[in-house]
Design a protein around this ligand. Structure first.
Ligand SMILES: *Cc1c(COP(=O)(O)O)cnc(C)c1O
Length: 419
């Protein structure tokens, strides 16, 4: 029998398409809270949280126990879109604990369990509602890699992999795209109000309030409000893709809370299940739920383990300790990032982001990747993002223990200095 090492197994048998493992050779074995362990016993502080799909940390005891209990009782695991107790519990709690307190009247569509699938559902529905084809999407946007979602995504190398035309998208400059001074919204308004601009009216605008993959770019409140008003004026829908910035990542459950906007459709995925299990949903303004039965389906819409964990995670949002603890962590993270940037010579780096989705953008793009490597050597897991991978992205768990947050920030500071 031929013995393969772990890296042999991956290199010989896993497709070239793999990416994260190329810059991080460890073989991950176990994890709890904000610590990941590899199979050699080395520990890493997790400031990546699986791209924001583990906002409550790894194997949170309450979520884990809920799933264990459900399985131990032979709870049904997969139910397509038949009614299950686990799904009813989730819908009831999501409505009671998340939507009602925020006076949000939305219906829930469970799509196939990836973010891209909820984006596909959103743009299909927007096109159906309005009878228009184009969707307006922004520079540096990331909405997924299935063809409809990919058409909305900015990244050229990902787009080129499509191999077919990616059409019916109007690309617009995100807030701040042109640098300081002058709002891109003025340009966007002018394009759509001018009947001879050559730009057709869109079915919807789809926007991330914080572009996680695109370089941790934040849209301002005024810009989002202006966009929302323009969408209403044009009878176009406003879709907020809250897949990465939602589920608490920005500091509140939805990333647009207290911004005075009311999206027509909201995409959620990544951390909605809380335990890193696959799940995605689309929140639909009640008046816009014009789907015919079965018009958008998918096998894995009834992942009951995801529903069970997701329901358990909703309880956190009722706990004062969790919510106030989140505010404390946000302060420490942004303070820590500001200190690191402030300790560098002028113009080397700048802070970006809000809530628990922060970034350090380097003037010399390659310094971000060097920082990532140095951080890994010091036991800190982070990623880079942005058009040139010039931004170090920091997304610790929302409940990261404060000593680990400090330790991670110290490791980051050393990594930046060493880079
Ligand atoms: C991750 C992500 C998606 C795509 O989700 P997948 O599960 O990878 O399909 C879409 N939008 C945003 C903002 C994301 O961060």
């Amino acid at each position: 029998m031929q013995e393969f090492t772990e890296s042999d197994v991956i290199e010989r048998f896993e497709s070239n398409v793999r990416i994260y493992c190329r810059g991080f050779p460890a073989v991950l074995a176990s994890a709890s809270g904000s610590l990941i362990r590899d199979n050699q016993g080395k520990e890493y502080i997790d400031f990546l949280t699986a791209a924001g799909s583990l906002n409550y940390g790894h194997n949170h005891p309450a979520l884990k126990q809920a799933v264990i209990d459900y399985l131990a009782a032979d709870g049904i695991t997969q139910t397509l879109d038949f009614t299950s107790t686990a799904k009813v519990d989730f819908i009831r709690d999501f409505n009671q604990k998340i939507l009602q307190p925020r006076e949000m009247d939305y219906k829930m569509q469970f799509t196939g369990p990836t973010g891209a699938n909820s984006v596909e559902a959103a743009i299909k529905l927007a096109r159906k509602v309005t009878g228009r084809r184009p969707i307006a999407a922004f520079t540096n946007a990331f909405h997924g890699v299935s063809l409809g979602a990919l058409a909305l995504t900015g990244n050229r190398s990902k787009r080129e992999a499509a191999g077919v035309a990616l059409g019916d998208v109007i690309r617009l400059p995100f807030d701040g795209y042109m640098g300081e001074g002058g709002s891109t919204l003025d340009y966007i308004r002018k394009l759509f109000r001018d009947p001879s601009s050559g730009i057709d009216l869109p079915a919807a605008f789809i926007v991330e309030t914080i572009q996680g993959e695109g370089g941790v770019n934040c849209a301002s409140v005024e810009w989002l409000q202006g966009l929302s008003a323009l969408a209403s004026e044009l009878d176009a829908l406003l879709i907020v893709d809250d897949i990465q910035a939602g589920c608490g990542r920005s500091g509140s459950f939805f990333s647009f809370e207290s911004m005075g906007i009311r999206p027509d459709l909201i995409c959620l995925s990544k951390s909605i299940s809380g335990l890193g299990l696959p799940m995605a949903m689309l929140l639909i303004d009640r008046r816009l739920d014009v789907w015919a039965p079965g018009e958008h389906n998918g096998t894995f819409r009834g992942g009951n383990l995801s529903f069970v964990a997701a329901t358990a995670a909703l309880a956190f949002w009722q706990e004062r300790e969790f919510v106030s603890g989140l505010a404390t962590r946000i302060e420490r993270l942004s303070g820590g990032v500001a200190d690191i940037v402030g300790s560098l010579p002028p113009h080397v780096a700048r802070c970006k982001g809000r809530g628990m989705l922060m970034g350090i953008e380097f003037s010399e793009a390659a310094q971000a990747e060097r920082t990532r490597i140095m951080a890994a050597e010091r036991g800190l897991l982070i990623e880079t993002s942005g058009a040139h991978d010039q931004v170090v992205k920091l997304m610790p768990a929302l409940n990261v223990p404060l000593p680990l947050l400090e330790q991670g920030l110290r490791a980051l500071a050393q990594a930046v200095r060493a880079s």
